[in-house]
Ligand binder design. Structure first.
Ligand code: NAP
Ligand code: G4F
Length: 330
């Protein structure tokens, strides 16, 4: 039975990946931080076989200890401060967790393996946010980085550390440059979930409007369930490498609003959306669209859920959740 350790198990991707690996017969270990982490109960309900271990990406010795218990064949480093907006307000902490955290996991692995790093496969959750002010369109593995946020800068550091440990120590370390991926499990702070939840609440008469920032930004949005499959495929390759994972289709926040409100029967949302300066960013990433040709050709990976289906799935899930929360039967 292969063994896998996932950092960020309580996050959107961690939960999907934990489910996927458990379904493939892996013994799955998840790193959880803090005291009384409220998301632990959800993880235990969704993946009952999972073994949760305490540790923190800011604490090297805790990571070494977790590796000693888990004895993993594969390590997926998904833990991070992942909300770009927060990264300007807590830039140092973002650097510490999202950036230095990667180095600590790699160092823990180097120590744990006695320098024989190639015997444990490592996945780093890199991000299309590293492309930032994009140098070319669509973005590929060869596109230069120009990060626009402390989060993007921290991810670029983690990405290059991953490449460096591959080149310096022969680590089987792969980096997935993943474009935005969403699901009904997405955190409420991200724009897709913020919109689908607000649409559900507005449709049920629980909220009047939704306050947003820049409606013209464009993202390449896919389904998180598809993207964790790409992570697993990367670690099944004989050679480690970097891969862009994306749908190749881009949409604006306005497109997102069109599809989400239409799903709830609202065709004209202009009076329901207010623009609020609090949600504009100091520096914006205007356009992301990825070219996942390499992942398709080498990993046999392709997205299965398109934009409209994804947004409808999220609106439907939020309508159901908000109905239940409000004790409604209609
Ligand atoms: P998420 O839902 O925000 O999950 C982040 C996870 O990191 C949570 O489990 C969180 O634990 C954990 N974490 C935060 N600080 C930690 C620390 N100090 N020590 C240990 N764990 C810590 O993010 P996601 O959407 O699943 O994304 C997974 C990874 O992929 C992240 O690295 C993200 O930056 C990257 N990524 C995401 C996307 C996307 O579109 N979703 C795209 C590209 C890259 P708590 O529950 O304790 O807070
Ligand atoms: O949903 P977002 O917060 O995602 P963002 O910044 O693209 O980051 C996500 O994807 C990255 C991959 O490219 C990941 F690495 C990262 O961890 C995260 O998962 O914002 C998307 C767009 C931005 O242009 C933002 O300015 O939506 C715009 N937006 C407009 N109004 C808003 C809002 N974003 C949020 N969160 N909230 C708003 O009210």
């Amino acid at each position: 039975m292969p063994r896998a350790l996932i950092t960020g198990i309580t996050g959107q991707d961690g939960l999907y990946l934990g489910e996927l690996l458990a379904s493939k017969g892996y013994e799955v270990f998840g790193l959880v931080r803090g005291q009384s982490n409220p998301k632990v109960a959800l993880v235990e309900r969704v993946v009952p076989s999972i073994q949760l271990l305490e540790g923190d990406l800011r604490d090297l010795s805790s990571l070494i200890g977790v590796l000693e218990v888990a004895q993993p064949d594969e390590v997926y480093n998904l833990g991070a401060i992942s909300f770009v907006g927060l990264s300007w307000k807590q830039a140092e902490l973002t650097g510490e967790i999202t950036g230095m955290g990667v180095l600590r996991v790699l160092e823990a692995l180097r120590i744990h393996t006695g320098g024989d790093m190639g015997r444990v496969r490592f996945y780093q959750a890199s991000s299309s946010e590293m492309f930032g002010k994009v140098r070319e369109t669509p973005q590929t593995e060869a596109t230069a980085f120009h990060p626009r946020s402390p989060y993007g800068v921290a991810k670029a550091f983690g990405h290059y550390m991953t490449v460096n440990y591959r080149e310096s120590y022969g680590a089987h370390a792969s980096s997935g440059i993943l474009f935005n991926h969403e699901s009904p499990r997405r955190g409420h702070e991200f724009v897709t979930r913020k919109v689908t939840r607000a649409v559900a609440r507005i449709a049920l008469g629980l909220q009047e409007t939704v306050a947003l920032g820049n409606l013209d930004a464009r993202r390449d949005w896919g389904f998180a369930g598809d993207y964790v499959d790409a992570m697993w495929r990367m670690l099944q390759q004989d050679e480690p490498d970097d891969y862009v994972v994306a749908t190749g289709v881009t949409h604006s926040i306005r497109d997102l609003l069109d599809v989400a409100f239409a799903r709830a029967g609202v065709e004209d949302w202009s009076g329901l959306v207010v623009q609020d300066p609090r949600f504009f960013r100091p520096a914006e990433v205007d356009l992301l669209i990825g070219d996942a040709t390499k992942a398709r050709e080498r990993l046999g990976w392709a997205p299965t859920v398109g934009f409209t289906e994804l947004v409808r799935m999220m609106v439907d899930a939020d309508l159901e959740a908000e109905r239940v929360a409000a004790g409604r039967r209609d």
